[in-house]
Design a protein around this ligand. Structure first.
Ligand SMILES: Cc1cc2nc3c(=O)[nH]c(=O)nc-3n(C[C@H](O)[C@H](O)[C@H](O)COP(=O)(O)OP(=O)(O)OC[C@H]3O[C@@H](n4cnc5c(N)ncnc54)[C@H](O)[C@@H]3O)c2cc1C
Ligand SMILES: NC(=O)c1ccc[n+]([C@@H]2O[C@H](COP(=O)([O-])OP(=O)(O)OC[C@H]3O[C@@H](n4cnc5c(N)ncnc54)[C@H](OP(=O)(O)O)[C@@H]3O)[C@@H](O)[C@H]2O)c1
Length: 556
C-alpha cells in the first residue's frame, strides 16, 4: 500500500518535510523542483505512515486503495515519475538563523496578504525568538490574494491552503491591516518610518495584450477580468459579459485558460454549490455558450497547462473534449522534448487519448487547438469573429521553439474572445519598476534601482511581483524563503537601521489615514457572515461584494 499525490497538489512541499523515508519528490533542494508540475510519492519507498496526508495543505494525498474515482490515474502517474526521472540534487538552501542583533523588536511590513505575503510572514515568525513584529497590509477587506480571487470555485481543496495562512495570524507578533492600500492610505516612506524592512508581495493583477486589430472591441476581454468577476472580486462585481453566443474563444494555453474553459461549460447547478459569485452563477445559467475553443500558439508539447488540469477536463461528465489528431503530429524538436521529459510525455498521452476517444455527443464541448494564433478580431460594434492563422514551430536564436504564423487562415465566428495570455504586474508607488518583466525592479528579491544597480534600503519583494506571473501557490513559499534570507542577511550586516516609529505610532497613523482599516477580527466577522449565508444555500460561503457592507460587518 502507498499514498498518492493527486490533482490539487500546490507544490508547497510541506509533505516532503514530514516524510520519514524521503519518498516524496522532487524536494525543494532538487533541480526539478522549480519546474515540476506537481510532487509525487514513490510507491516502492512509501511506508504508508500517512504523515504527508496531515501535512498537505490542500488535501491532495490519498491512500492508493482509497483514491476517489476521478483520481484513479494518479497511482500510475506517481509511480511513472520515478521510472523516468533521475533525482538530481542542487545545493541545499541553507536554513535561516536569526542573527544576534540589538534591533528589537525587529519590525517588518508586508504589503499584500496573498500566498507569498503569508509564506514570508510564516518564515519570519518561525524563528525561535520573541520580538519579531510583522504588520501585513492588503488593499481589500479580505485576505488570501488569488487564493480567493483567482483559484477556480470548483477547486475547493486548493482553498484549504488558507488554513496554513490562518495559523500564521495566531502567532504572537502578527497584525493584519485590511482595506489599506499602500500608495493610497500609506506611502512607502510611512512604512519605512515604522519598520526595519518592507516586503512587497502585491501580485500581478493586470493582464497582457495581444496587439492585434479588433482587440478592444466589446466582447474581447481579458481572462483576468472574467476570473475576478466570477470569483466575486469587489472591483469586478458590476462587470457584465455577453454570453449570448454559442461559441467562446480563449486565447492562451495555460492553466487559467483551462479554468475559464471548464467553468464556461460546467453545469450551473454544480457551480451553485461552490463559492462562485452569485451574479456569475446566474449569468452562466442564462449562457448560450456550448463550445469553447482554446487556441494555443505553439504545439501541444509546449502547452503551459499542466497534466492534472488537462486530465480534469476529460473527466467532466457532460462535456466532449475535442483534439484534432493532426495537430498532435510533432516536429523533431518537440518529439525530442517528449522523449526527455516524463511530464511532457504524460501530457501527450492524455491529448492522444482525447484525440482518439469517440465523441459522446454531448451538447457542450471544449476544443483544444494547437499551432493556432488569432491575427485579427472582427466585428463592427461587437466581436463577431476571430481570424486564426495556422502556425509552424521555428527554433529561436536561444534554442527555444517559437510559433511563426503561416498565411493559412480561418475564421471562427464568436461573440466572445477571452485573452488568457498571462497576468502582468503594475508599478507600485515610489518603487522602481521593470517594465519589460512587469515586476518591481529587483535582484533576487532586493528591490534595486535599475540605473545604478544599488539596492533600495530595507525594501524587498517576493511572489508574482518579484518573479513575474507564474508558479502555483507553493512556488511562492520557496520564493518568500529566498527573500527573507536576504532580509536576515541585511539585518546581520547592520544594513537595517532602527525605524523612528513603533507599532503604536503606526496604529495612530493608520487610524488617521484609513479609519476603515480592518483587522484579523474584522475579517473573521466577514468570514463568519459569508459562511452563514452559504449554509443557508448549501454552499461553502456566499462572498460579500459590497465594500461598505463588509466594513459595517467587520466593525460591528
Ligand atoms: C486564475 C488563477 C487560478 C489559479 N489557481 C491555482 C490553483 O488552483 N492552484 C495553485 O496552486 N495555484 C493557482 N494559481 C496560482 C496562485 O494563485 C499564485 O501563485 C499566487 O496567488 C501568487 O501569490 P502572490 O502572493 O504573489 O500574489 P496574489 O495572490 O495576487 O496576492 C497579492 C495581494 O496583494 C494585494 N495588493 C496588491 N496591491 C496592493 C497595495 N498597493 N496595497 C496593499 N495590498 C495590495 C492584493 O489585494 C492581493 O491580496 C492560480 C492563479 C490564477 C491567476
Ligand atoms: N490549477 C492550477 O494549478 C492553476 C490554475 C490557474 C493558474 N495556475 C498557475 O498560474 C500561473 C499563471 O497561469 P496563466 O495561464 O495565466 O499563464 P501561463 O501559464 O504563463 O500561460 C500563458 C499562456 O499564454 C500564451 N501566450 C502568451 N502570449 C501569447 C500571445 N501573444 N498569443 C497567444 N498566446 C500567448 C503562452 O504561450 P507561450 O508558452 O507560447 O508563451 C501560454 O500558453 C501558472 O503558473 C499556472 O500554472 C495554476
Amino acid at each position: 500500500m502507498a499514498f498518492v499525490i493527486t490533482q490539487p497538489c500546490c507544490n508547497d512541499a510541506s509533505c516532503t518535510e514530514v516524510c520519514p523515508v524521503d519518498c516524496i519528490h522532487p524536494t525543494p533542494d532538487e533541480r526539478g523542483f522549480r519546474s515540476t508540475e506537481m510532487l509525487y510519492i514513490d510507491p516502492e519507498t512509501c511506508i504508508d505512515c500517512g504523515l504527508c496526508v496531515d501535512a498537505c495543505p490542500v488535501d491532495a494525498i490519498f491512500r492508493d486503495d482509497d483514491l476517489p474515482e476521478a483520481m484513479a490515474r494518479y497511482s500510475k502517474i506517481n509511480a511513472d515519475y520515478f521510472a523516468g526521472t533521475e533525482i538530481e540534487y542542487a545545493d541545499p538552501a541553507p536554513s535561516l538563523k536569526f542573527p544576534k542583533t540589538d534591533q528589537e523588536p525587529f519590525r517588518v511590513a508586508i504589503v499584500g496578504a496573498g500566498p507569498s505575503g503569508f509564506y514570508a510572514a510564516r518564515e519570519l515568525l518561525s524563528f525561535k525568538r520573541s520580538g519579531i513584529e510583522v504588520d501585513m497590509f492588503d488593499r481589500l477587506p479580505t485576505p488570501w490574494g488569488l487564493v480567493r480571487a483567482g483559484v477556480a470555485p470548483d477547486h475547493p481543496e486548493t482553498k484549504a491552503v488558507t488554513d496554513v495562512f490562518a495559523e500564521v495570524s495566531r502567532r504572537p507578533g502578527f497584525r493584519l491591516h485590511l482595506n489599506v492600500e499602500v500608495g493610497k492610505h500609506l506611502t512607502h516612506e510611512d512604512l519605512m518610518e515604522h519598520h526595519h524592512a518592507v516586503l512587497y508581495t502585491v501580485g500581478a493583477p493586470s493582464d497582457r495584450h495581444l496587439g492585434i486589430p479588433g482587440e478592444d472591441l466589446p466582447g474581447s476581454l481579458a481572462a483576468t477580468e472574467f476570473v475576478a468577476w466570477y470569483n466575486g472580486h469587489p472591483e469586478y462585481a458590476d462587470h457584465t459579459f455577453d454570453l449570448s453566443g454559442t461559441r467562446a474563444v480563449i486565447v492562451g494555453n495555460g492553466n487559467v485558460a483551462l479554468d475559464v474553459a471548464r467553468l464556461l461549460v460546467t453545469d450551473p447547478d454544480k457551480l451553485a454549490r461552490t463559492d462562485m459569485a452569485e451574479h456569475a452563477v446566474e449569468a452562466l445559467r442564462g449562457s448560450a455558450v456550448r463550445e469553447v475553443v482554446v487556441l494555443g500558439r505553439r504545439g501541444p508539447v509546449q502547452a503551459a497547462f499542466t497534466s492534472p488540469e488537462l486530465l480534469a477536463l476529460g473527466q467532466m461528465p457532460d462535456v466532449d473534449v475535442i483534439v484534432d489528431p493532426a495537430e498532435l503530429e510533432l516536429d523533431s524538436h518537440s518529439a525530442a522534448e517528449v522523449a526527455e521529459n516524463p511530464a511532457k510525455r504524460l501530457k501527450m498521452e492524455i491529448l492522444r487519448e482525447y484525440a482518439e476517444r469517440p465523441l459522446a455527443g454531448h451538447v457542450k464541448r471544449i476544443v483544444l487547438r494547437f499551432l493556432a494564433s488569432p491575427v485579427e478580431i472582427q466585428g463592427d460594434d461587437h466581436v463577431s469573429g476571430v481570424v486564426v492563422a495556422r502556425n509552424e514551430m521555428v527554433e529561436g536564436p536561444d534554442g527555444t521553439l517559437r510559433a511563426s504564423s503561416t498565411d493559412q487562415t480561418e475564421l471562427l465566428e464568436t461573440r466572445m474572445v477571452l485573452r488568457s495570455v498571462g497576468y502582468r504586474g503594475v508599478p507600485v508607488a515610489d518603487l522602481p519598476f521593470d517594465d519589460a518583466r512587469g515586476t518591481i525592479a529587483n535582484v533576487a528579491g532586493r528591490v534595486t534601482y535599475p540605473e545604478s544597480g544599488e539596492p533600495m534600503p530595507g525594501t524587498y519583494t517576493a511572489g508574482w511581483i518579484k518573479r513575474g506571473p507564474s508558479g502555483v501557490i507553493g512556488t511562492n513559499r520557496q520564493c518568500a524563503h529566498d527573500t527573507i534570507a536576504l532580509v536576515i542577511e541585511d539585518l546581520a550586516a547592520d544594513r537595517l537601521p532602527a525605524p523612528k516609529g513603533d507599532r503604536e505610532a503606526l496604529e495612530a497613523l493608520l487610524a488617521d489615514r484609513q479609519p476603515e482599516a480592518l483587522d484579523w477580527a474584522g475579517w473573521k466577522a466577514i468570514d463568519a457572515r459569508e459562511r452563514e449565508l452559504g449554509k443557508a444555500s448549501g454552499r461553502p460561503r456566499v462572498k460579500l461584494l459590497d465594500l461598505a457592507e463588509m466594513v459595517a460587518i467587520a466593525k460591528k
